[in-house]
Design a protein around this ligand. Structure first.
Ligand code: NAI
Length: 805
């Protein structure tokens, strides 16, 4: 008989299975066959496909493959429900969200068991992490609904949202998407992943029982084709997606030019950095949570272990010892650390990537215990001797596979950490807070955990940099994804306003030309074509590579001058100059940036008469007023430069989660044609105010305002390369900039075709875009400046810092 002592020595204990009867009853109640949940009711099951339990391989249910017709019906239902849901107001919706949170808590056990059966993840995780976080999300967002009017005044619901989620956290991803959307007043069509649709269907039923009005939440099941139908549907105003970067790219292209809002939470290859002064025993437990949590099927999994050379051997030895004690087995066993991989296709993907790693010369290690042969299981795996450029160091494996590399200095650690196209998360381990907080801002990632890993909370935003996508989920920052600004001119008025504006611009033009003639104009009588301004790159005036120039006519048709015709090579040089400037500009203090913005304003004001006349001649509008508005705008961003603060989020942790506003890097800006100076200033000033450098393509029709403006910049201490101006064919140049992999974000204001071309081209490196074809009232301070511009110019990095001994 086993003695107590032996039990303590081996820590062996028998199985402790969680009962699955309630989940089976629920499935049986539906005859294990499901239709979609649309307009508050079930559709007839059709086009059925199997849903299996990955731990056993057994079929547990069948669900319907959503067709275009199903998606149309769901979008119609959501559209119909939208006005009443929005009109209900923040408090009304807060009550529903609160009820949903309570419902999740009341049904926690059922949801957790069903999730484990469907996905293969351990009950320990579904019960203690996924489901409690789901409830937390609904509680937190009940709060945002309640505070919507006061905290988001000037904004309204984005409309009908189409949401597509992956299989790794089926219910949690639903909550991350559904809760903020409902709080904002949106109605929803959501598609769970084909491998894991069951908890979404159960949630639909629970929400219905909680009284959620029909059509507010519609669930359509199916595979990628169903997802594509949601993305393509004209009735959808916003698309939110979590999944692979590959599909994210397809969705970016599919929505290009549609005017739909888009947020993408994509893959990652997150670094887990261990400095030699770290507490190695805590590190080991951190690694377990980073890469063996959910079998490594986590977008922000710490899948690249970067260890300082001096402690590498010791850490690897400790890790191997810990891996020997991990328990892998039935997901419903409460004593199991790791469950099953979601599906055979994913298991195969892991196997083939591991084989690639071995073939490329890395050393593979797995614990000595035997992994179950039946069901989709894969043991925890550790690779050493890995080259940074190898497949397993670069590709997201999405399985329990850790690759290890070493470094010597902090700067080498940062370089290795950033050696990936992704930028979702990172962990930094060091007992020196100075070192950890020095490294955290240098890592290109949306979340950095100090001496911790995989911490999530509804109050803190989550989302990526670079090819990990854009947009945030959770916290105040996540709410913006489901809100649209009230415009000074309502959207449907825009077309009419633009037409009347162009009529009044024509008469203003005639007036201004008459006035210019009446003024005591020192240039009067002088020849109008007097010089050919160059491009402005790296702080210098440079000739365009093409050697060509373009004639620019004024409002009265007379030629006012010529500008250089920029091309691909000029843009390349400008991007290079912007990059060279971006390091020190992003580190300049807010005070310093403010000084420069004020100085630009001062020098612009000094040349107000001359520039005003030029603008009047170019546009026929009131040039003096435009210069005055531009000076004011520069003052606005001078004011903001040291005031656009981050936040400290209230997360349930002994510690802080700092939400820091970071610049995007290099922003390409294609300016509107109207208001050639004010349009340029309104976009360039907020971008540089928060530390970006820019390559601006000015108004194609009236670029002389911009070329005059760079003379102002030359005298205003703007560091070389922070602002670059390339004149020429706007749409061609904008597309080239959008294709450039070293441009981090692209803003475009112009035609619908131009928007489409920029959004399509930006899919290359998944750069963030801000594109508009609806006219904007640039001279109106509500539409032309302020926080929304600063939000577009920044990305939030959440740095979690636990404290205490
Ligand atoms: P996926 O990106 O294909 O699937 C995610 C969701 O998108 C599912 O609901 C799917 O039905 C839907 N979808 C697929 N094609 C679509 C399309 N053309 N239009 C609209 N929706 C579409 O991910 P998959 O195939 O399940 O996994 C493949 C790899 O992707 C994994 O091995 C992993 O590396 C990565 N992945 C990353 C996730 C993350 O959270 N970052 C989540 C899931 C997968």
């Amino acid at each position: 008989m086993t003695s107590v002592r032996e039990i303590f020595d081996t820590m062996e204990y028998g199985p402790a299975p969680e009962g699955d009867a309630a989940a089976r009853d629920w499935l049986a109640k539906h005859d294990t066959r499901f239709g979609h949940f649309i307009a508050g009711g079930w559709t007839k099951p059709a086009g059925l496909f199997d849903v299996g339990n990955p731990a056993t391989g057994a079929r547990i249910a069948q669900v319907s493959q959503g067709t275009k017709k199903d998606v149309d019906a769901a979008v119609r239902a959501a559209r119909k429900a939208l006005p009443a849901w929005e009109a209900l107001g923040g408090h009304g919706r807060a009550r529903y969200l609160y009820a949903l949170a309570r419902t999740v808590q009341r049904n926690a056990r059922l949801l957790a068991v069903l999730e484990s059966m469907d996905n293969g993840k351990s009950i320990r995780e579904t019960r203690d992490i996924d489901v409690p976080l789901v409830a937390r999300h609904f509680y937190h967002h009940a709060g945002w609904a309640q505070l919507l009017d006061s905290e988001f005044s000037g904004y309204h619901a984005a409309g009908v949202v189409g949401q597509i989620i992956p299989w790794n956290f089926p219910l949690l991803m639903l909550a991350w998407k559904v809760a903020p959307a409902l709080a904002a007043g949106c109605t929803i069509v959501i598609k769970p992943a084909e491998f894991t649709p069951l908890t979404a269907l159960l949630f639909a039923e629970l929400a219905d029982a909680a009284g959620l009005p029909p059509g507010v939440l519609n669930i359509v099941t199916g595979d990628g084709e169903t997802g594509a139908a949601i993305v393509a549907n004209d009735g959808v105003d916003k698309v939110a997606f979590t999944g692979s970067t590959e599909v994210g790219r397809i969705i970016r292209k599919a929505t290009a030019g549609s005017g739909k809002k888009l947020s993408l939470e994509l893959g990652g290859k997150s670094p887990f950095i261990v400095f030699e002064d770290a507490d190695l025993d805590s590190v080991v437990e951190g690694v377990v949570d980073a890469i063996w949590f959910n079998q490594g099927q986590v977008c922000c999994a710490g899948s690249r272990l970067l260890v300082q050379e001096g402690v590498s051997e010791r850490l690897i030895a400790k890790l191997r010892a810990r891996m020997e004690t991990l328990r892998l087995g039935s997901p419903l066993d409460k004593a199991v650390d790791m469950g099953a991989i979601v599906a055979p296709v994913q298991l195969e993907r892991i196997r083939s990537l591991v084989a690639a790693g071995t073939a490329e010369g890395a050393e593979m290690w797995q614990p000595s215990w035997a992994c179950p042969k039946e069901g989709c299981f894969y043991p925890p795996t550790l690779f050493t001797n890995v080259q940074p450029s190898s497949t397993i160091a670069q590709v997201e494996i999405f399985g329990p596979v850790l690759v290890t590399m070493t470094f010597r200095t902090p700067s080498e650690a940062v370089a290795l950490a950033n050696n990936t196209p992704y930028g979702l998360a990172a962990s930094v381990w060091s007992e020196s807070i100075n070192l950890a907080l020095d490294v955290a801002p240098k890592i290109k990632a949306g979340v950095v955990w100090i001496n911790s890993t995989n911490l999530f909370d509804a109050a803190a935003g989550f989302g990526g940099y670079r090819e990990s996508g854009f947009g945030r989920e959770g916290g105040r920052e996540g709410m913006w994804e489901y809100l649209s600004p009230d415009r000074a001119t309502p959207a449907r008025e825009h077309g009419r306003a633009a037409r009347t504006a162009s009529k009044s611009a024509r008469s203003a033009q005639a007036r201004a030309v008459r006035r210019a003639a009446e003024l005591d104009d020192p240039d009067r009588g002088a020849p109008l074509v007097d010089r050919t301004p160059k491009l402005f790159v790296g702080g210098k005036q440079v000739r365009p590579d093409s050697g060509y120039s373009i004639r620019i006519a004024g409002a009265d048709g007379r030629v006012l001058g010529e500008v250089g015709e920029g091309n691909r090579k000029d843009l390349r040089n400008a991007v290079e100059a912007a990059h060279a400037a971006s390091g020190s500009w992003s580190k300049a203090t807010g005070h310093n940036r403010a000084q420069i913005l004020y100085y630009i304003a001062e020098n612009l004001a000094a040349r107000a008469d001359e520039l005003g006349r030029r603008i009047s001649a170019l546009t026929g509008g009131d040039g003096a007023a435009e210069v005055e508005a531009s000076v004011r705008r520069l003052f606005t961003y001078g004011a903001w430069a040291d005031k656009y603060d981050g936040q400290v989020h209230q997360v349930p942790l002994r510690g802080v989660a700092l939400a820091m506003n970071e610049p995007l890097g290099v922003i390409g800006i294609a300016c509107p044609d109207e208001h050639p100076l004010l349009g340029l200033v309104s976009l360039v000033a907020p971008a540089i105010c928060v530390g970006n450098s820019v390559v601006a393509i000015p108004s194609e029709r009236a670029p002389l305002a911009a070329t005059d403006f760079y003379q102002v910049l030359e005298t205003s201490d703007v560091p070389a390369g922070v602002i670059n101006i390339v004149t020429g064919a706007k749409d061609t140049l904008a597309k080239t900039l959008a294709e450039h992999d070293d441009v981090d974000a692209m803003w475009y204001f112009g035609s619908r075709d131009g928007v489409k071309a920029v959004e399509l081209a930006s899919a290359g490196n998944m750069k963030r875009t801000w594109c508009e074809f609806a006219p904007r009232a640039w001279s109106d301070t509500r539409e032309g400046e302020g926080r929304p511009f600063l939000r577009e110019a920044t990305q939030v990095k959440n740095i979690w810092i636990p404290y205490g001994e």
